[in-house]
Ligand binder design. Sequence first.
Ligand SMILES: [Zn+2]
Length: 273
Amino acid sequence: MWGEFSLIRLGLAFLLSSLIGWLAWQAQALSKSGALAAFLVGGVVFGVGGWGGAAVLLTFFISSSLLSRAFARQKEALSSFVLKGSQRDAAQVFANGGFGALCLLAGLLFPDSPLPWLAFCGGFAAANADTWATELGVLSPLPPRLLTNGKLVPRGASGGVTPLGLLASLLGAILIGVVSTLFTEQGLLTLFAVSLGGFVGSLFDSWLGASFQAVYFCPQCQKETERHPRHSCGGLTHLQRGVKWLDNDAVNFACTVLGGMVALGIAVVSFGL
Ligand SMILES: [Zn+2]
C-alpha cells in the first residue's frame, strides 16, 4: 500500500515539499513560518505516504488555498472578527496537517496495517471539510447559528453553522474520501469511513468552537472577536467566554484527530482489524 519507502524517496519528497512551500509563500498562501511548516509536513507526507499521501495532501492544500482566495468581497466583513488572514502560518499548517503526518510516521511501525493510512485520510478529510465549510459558508444567505443552542452569531464566528456550510463540509469530506479510495484495496469502506470521519470531525470542530473556544469582546465596537489582546480597531479586548488556550488552531487540530479516529474506528468495527 505504501509503495517502496526509501531514503531516496524521502530526499525527493523534501525537495518537492520545499518547492511547494516556496511557491505557496510566493503566492502568499502561506506566511514564512507556514512555508517552513509545510516543508516539514509535506516532506513526511510525500516521503512516507507516497503517491497516495501526496494526492490527499495536495487535494486539501490546493482546494483550500483557492477557496480562501475566492469570494473576497464576502469575506471583507470577517476581518474584524477572525484572528488571522488568508495567509496561513505554522500553527495553522500543523493544526491541519500535523496529525496526518504523525499517522503516516506511526504507519512505519505497522507496515501491514491499513489503519494508519485511514487515520491519515480521515484527519485530512476533517481539515478539508472544515476549511470548505468556513470558506463557502460565508456565501450563505442565512446568518450562522451556534451548533449547540441555535443562537445567532457573527459571520466567521467559530461554532456558527449554516445549511450551506454544512453541505460544503460534507462535499469537502467526500472529495478526500474519493481521493483516498484510489489508493486502497478496500474501496467502498475507505470512501465511507474517510468521508464520515471528515464530516464528523468538522461537526466536532463547530461544537468545540461553540462550547469551549476562547471568544473575546471589544468594548469600543461592542463586538465579539477572536482577536486579542487588541481588536482590529486597536482597542483592548477581554475574554468573554470559553477556555483561554483553546484557540482556533487547537480546535482545528482536535477536529483532525477526531476525523482520523472515526475513520479508523469504522474500519476496526467493519473488519475487526
Ligand atoms: Zn474594536
